[in-house]
Design a protein around this ligand. Sequence first.
Ligand code: ADP
Length: 260
Amino acid sequence: QIDGVSDVRVAMTSEKVNRRMIAIGSGKGGVGKSTVSTNIAIAMHRLGRKVGMVDADIYGPSQTRLLDCPETKPEVSDQKLIPMMTGAGIKLLSMGQLAKPGQAIAWRGPMAGKALAQLIDAQWGETSDLIVDLPPGTGDVQMSLMQHFKPDGAVIVSTPQDLALLDATRAINLFDQGKIPVLGLVENMSGYVCPHCGEVSDPFGAGGAEEAAKTMHLPFLGRVPLDMEIRKTSDAGTPIAAGDSPQAQAFMAIAQKIID
Ligand code: ADP
């Protein structure tokens, strides 16, 4: 717990604001959940929403890097954290700001739940949409989020191959059990355009998530290619959705579906 921040478990349900909370999850790590979360947040901001980002990925908080924000402890007012406004126009609070580098991964369930509560029950002000970038899988943070905060919807990110989809199905089942509507599936790393010859190949297959969405009667929100520019812009803290590329357009289309 941060100095001066109250134990918000009791207070946190009091502020029922007109704000949508959208959790972004994945069945396993490395499928691009955080990258997709950042770009969806930026696309929603471009579509006129006031977007906040909660980086709840205790195993690898990466939103401070993705949104180019210093990993320092946030200010506190009225015993609540004040989110940091990033250059991209997204307000951010991250597990990475609460823990010493490398420490968060050792957090046990109750501690992670407490940290999550502090991030969510913060001074979000006029934020209209709160995106929660979840840790991969189906663990304590997901349970805590569903029990105490009831997100309005969940988006699942998967790569196209069968194994990743199997994991994604588990994440979907978890949200179903918690009665959180699954807003749809995003297929990331779908098709690779060779930067040299332009040939398109499918290292992880393609279309698997769309098929899976159909089978599970869930909306398919769109596909994002495996693209060097997405990786480079993510590392540089200048997410691709802020630009004009076809990839930015793909994120705008996904964000529009989430807003609708
Ligand atoms: P997760 O949150 O699922 O663990 P990340 O968003 O951290 O995954 O992504 C893992 C790595 O893959 C990062 O280096 C990221 O830049 C890269 N990456 C994610 N999506 C894409 C993509 N569509 N094209 C290229 N690289 C990507």
